[in-house]
Write a protein that binds this ligand. Structure first.
Ligand SMILES: Cc1cc2nc3c(=O)[nH]c(=O)nc-3n(C[C@H](O)[C@H](O)[C@H](O)COP(=O)(O)OP(=O)(O)OC[C@H]3O[C@@H](n4cnc5c(N)ncnc54)[C@H](O)[C@@H]3O)c2cc1C
Length: 320
């Protein structure tokens, strides 16, 4: 990308955001530790700044590819880099708790960049005792990424607790609110899966007070299970594939004898075959080649087409 073609946008962004960087290594912004540089990155510190950045992008350089990234725990970037604008949400950290409603429920509003695990912990801190997020304790993503993916674990998912979302619609450059029934949640899917151009700004969760000891014990049980079963000692991006109907991707992969199968620095985890780990120096290409090999073999052995859960980000128009 020739940055000179985007001077107008860059100048406008410089005026509103001190966080603008060029050629930022994206491997520093995802849990897989993979990816080349992004041409332009910006890390807004308020929702207003995020709105302004998105509006400037739409008005000045709508053809420039852009993507929004939280903790990058479900996304990887190509080795050759991202020829566009990457907006990092991790500085957007506001959380507020409304007064309890007559039925006891509390509405919690969280900016898209809030860590899901920290939010779950906050719900049982400072005299609070709010249930509903124990399932999310240990998911290493942000609230925004979790809403988009309808992240879930241990019998819970975001759709159980999210009752409304504010998002930026680049068509009208407005922040709009949608409610639970409009969010089209299903397994690892939401309204935002169908509209990757929308940007989640704030999520409103309705949480019920419950016994704090019970909530903490559930959180700790879930975390222990993660530590036991998941290869947390090596960089990864969680489950690579969605769960196929009636079975588990990891089970099929293991039955196909692929545990430990390696391409370059990418390996099917020895601990949990549903994960690919970066054993050192894995590239995007290694991961893509390994994913493709796993899909072929599992299809050959079981007749099941595995669907990717992780997002393979690209600035190429065909992949947008
Ligand atoms: C060790 C490990 C364990 C995991 N366990 C689980 C689990 O139990 N359950 C589960 O569901 N997932 C799990 N994950 C995957 C991941 O943590 C979740 O999907 C998480 O919700 C992704 O959040 P993120 O902020 O990292 O999203 P990112 O990886 O940054 O982004 C994911 C996608 O969402 C988009 N996105 C991010 N923020 C926004 C926004 N504000 N607006 C619009 N689009 C946005 C991105 O463009 C991308 O397409 C795990 C991952 C790891 C590494």
């Amino acid at each position: 990308m020739r940055l000179i073609d985007y001077t107008l946008l860059i100048d406008a962004l410089k005026d509103i955001s001190p966080s603008l960087t060029f050629n930022e290594p994206m491997h520093q912004h995802n849990t897989f530790r993979i990816g080349g540089v992004a041409a332009i990155t910006v890390t807004p510190s308020t929702l207003e700044e995020l709105s302004t950045i998105l509006t400037l992008h739409k008005e000045i350089a709508p053809a420039l590819p852009f993507c929004v990234i939280g903790k990058g725990s479900n996304a990887i970037f190509p080795d050759e880099g991202y020829d566009g604008l990457v907006i990092l949400t991790t500085e957007l950290q506001n959380v507020s708790y409304a007064k309890p409603e007559p039925d006891g429920y509390v509405t919690v509003s969280a900016d898209c960049g809030v860590s899901l695990t920290l939010l779950a912990r906050q719900c049982v801190a400072d005299n609070r005792s709010l249930s509903g997020l124990a399932f999310a304790f240990g998911i290493p993503g942000t609230v925004g990424g979790a809403v988009v993916m309808n992240a879930g674990a241990y019998g819970g998912e975001m759709s159980d607790v999210v009752y409304a979302v504010d998002y930026f619609d680049p068509q009208s450059c407005e922040v709009k609110r949608v409610f639970r029934h409009q969010l089209n949640f299903s397994y690892r899917h939401s309204l935002f899966s169908d509209h990757p151009e929308y940007v989640v700004m704030t999520a409103y969760l309705r949480l019920k007070p419950d016994d704090r000891e019970v909530i903490i014990s559930e959180m700790s049980k879930n975390m222990t299970s993660r530590r036991l079963k998941q290869p947390l000692e090596l960089p990864n991006a969680g489950s690579i594939f969605k769960r196929p109907e009636g079975t588990f991707a990891g089970k099929l992969i293991e039955e196909s004898g692929l545990k430990g199968y390696t391409v370059g620095g990418a390996q099917v985890s020895e601990k949990h075959a549903g994960f690919i780990v970066n054993t050192g120096g894995a590239t995007y290409k290694d991961v893509c080649t390994l994913i493709s090999h796993i899909r072929d073999i599992v299809y050959q052995d079981h007749g099941i087409a595995l669907e990717c859960e992780i997002k393979l980000i690209s600035s190429e128009p065909s992949n947008q």
